[in-house]
Design a protein around this ligand. Structure first.
Ligand SMILES: N[C@@H](CCC(=O)N[C@@H](CS)C(=O)NCC(=O)O)C(=O)O
Length: 491
């Protein structure tokens, strides 16, 4: 499999990510942090002595030019449309690719540097530099405009890797202040063509979040401070009752140890989290499904899509989706302990993990009686899929990086239902905890949370997570709506 080494927010890295998605190429992504200069350091220089991102490796083949990576991937995929084999059409595609690397990218980069990189470095753009570049840029943009007045895409009527490559230099065209209006065919191609492509849309968020002027600082990361509701570990059991009774009096309830902690915006390295290392990951997941109020329909029509996605991501032999919870506006007034219709709830503001070392296997036995012994003889992992239903503007989900936790940080919360008992983990506070979140996450993405793993080989087993009040949420933020789907992966 091709391994790529890049930072998803740079022009040529984004070109490769969008291009590989367009080509349908499977790849492994290694994040090289451009802003901390990782591309100039020892290990990376072995891969790409040019000290630029991106680079790619496939066995003993090393590729250090973004367009060459796309050409190679297209050849492997044997695609005759996306990188045509007919010599004349291919020559046209190659011409645009070489033109892009030699003159187009350097010209567009002047705008990107002055209007985006400099503000990130807290420097003023130098208009005279842009004015000096403008005649050359217009001349080059004029070539594109002329071609696009004749053909829908750069090399004819089919979209090719040349379109992806040339568009990448304009990937922040508004903030970049490139004067597109004078080139209407170029503008139409970009706004109505390239920007409508799923491969483009999927790779834009990482760029916007790291580079747009409101991104708070130079390394593309920002953090806010927020209150996290940890639990004091006292002599008494920690419990919650989901019904009223005498035993529910004088109990030790969870969430009695709030701490203010930094929580870091994860977008600058969104592709690099793993459910087996940090205990969570961010994945693209597009679905047309939208009947969230109809529980039966969700089970029948939506669960199978989740199964397919998780099989692909985890490589598990079998995925069982067994439950879901919808957190919507309509449930905004409901208490966490509300007894009825537990599929419909409000966000949980308590640091917790949904299973314990004991309750994971018990749940497998409850759900799959006959097969449980056999299934539990191999690796079993519980994975929660958390999907926004609208753009998350308030009470986002935060994850406590498993690499910053130790098993001693977790202890049991006993869940008392009228007909059964269950258990979760809650967490005691540690200043070592590293919290992550994805502000303004959209419905095309999901967070996977590892809530139990039978593996004892160092894989992440329990990820603490919680909703939190984000102090940067606008006062008129729309109420967060999300669905959480509980699944078990059998390996
Ligand atoms: N022609 C190369 C250009 C790669 C390139 O210049 N990448 C930039 C980021 S977009 C870089 O790594 N620059 C090195 C630096 O700024 O230190 C390609 O297409 O891969």
């Amino acid at each position: 499999m091709i391994e790529v080494f890049l930072d998803p927010c740079t022009v040529n890295s984004r070109k490769v990510l969008a291009g590989l998605d367009f080509l349908g190429t499977k790849y492994k992504l290694n994040h090289v942090d451009y802003f901390t200069g990782e591309h100039k350091k020892g290990e990376y220089l072995e891969i790409n002595p040019m000290a630029t991102v991106p680079a790619a490796v496939d066995g003993d083949c090393r590729i250090f030019e973004s367009n060459a990576i796309l050409q190679y991937a297209a050849d492997l995929g044997n695609s005759d449309e996306k990188y045509p084999k007919d010599p004349k059409t291919r020559a046209m595609v190659n011409s645009w690719l070489l033109w892009e690397a030699s003159v187009w990218f350097p010209s567009c980069y002047v705008y990107l540097f002055e209007y985006i990189v400099k503000p990130l470095l807290k420097q003023e753009p130098d208009e005279s530099v842009v004015d000096a570049e403008a005649p050359r840029w217009h001349k080059l943009a004029g070539f594109l405009d002329k071609q696009l007045s004749k053909t829908k895409w750069l090399a004819g009527n089919e979209l090719t890797i040349a379109d992806i490559s040339v568009a990448a230099s304009l990937h922040l065209h508004a903030a970049q202040h490139v004067p597109l209006d004078q080139h209407p065919n170029l503008k139409r191609w970009l706004l109505d063509g390239v920007e409508k492509l799923p491969c483009w849309q999927k790779t834009q968020a990482a760029v916007d979040k790291a580079l747009l002027p409101d991104a708070p600082n130079v390394n593309g990361t920002s953090s806010v401070r927020a209150t996290f509701n940890y639990t004091k570990d006292v002599d008494q059991l920690t419990e919650i009752y989901f019904y009223e009774c005498d035993a529910a009096k004088n109990i030790h309830e969870p969430g009695d140890d709030p701490h203010e902690m930094p929580v870091t915006d994860s977008w600058h390295r969104a592709d690099t989290f793993s459910i087996d290392r940090e205990g969570f990951s961010l994945n693209n997941f597009e679905t047309q499904y939208n009947k969230w109020e109809d529980d039966e329909n969700v089970r029948f029509s939506f669960y199978p899509e989740v199964v397919e996605m998780l099989k692909q991501i985890t490589g598990a032999k079998r995925i069982l989706v067994f439950d879901h919870t919808i957190r919507t506006n309509a449930n905004a007034g409901k208490k966490l302990t509300d007894e009825t219709r537990t599929t419909q709830r409000t966000p949980v503001m308590l640091v917790h993990c949904d299973y314990t070392a004991e309750s994971g296997p018990i749940r497998v036995r409850q759900l799959l009686k006959e097969e449980a012994d056999d299934l539990l003889s191999r690796r079993v992992a519980f994975i929660n899929v958390w999907k926004p239903i609208n753009v998350v503007e308030e009470r986002p989900l935060a994850m406590c990086d498993v690499t910053s936790t130790s098993p001693q940080d977790f202890f049991k919360l006993h869940l008392r239902y009228r007909d059964r008992n269950g258990e979760n983990y809650v967490m005691r506070h540690s200043p070592k905890h590293k919290w992550w979140y994805f502000p303004k996450m959209t419905p095309e993405q999901v967070i996977l949370l590892k809530t139990y793993d039978s593996g004892m080989d160092g894989t992440a087993r329990f990820v603490g997570h919680t909703a939190f009040e984000d102090p940067t949420s606008p006062p008129d933020a729309q109420t967060r709506e999300s669905i959480e789907i509980r699944t078990i992966a059998f390996f």
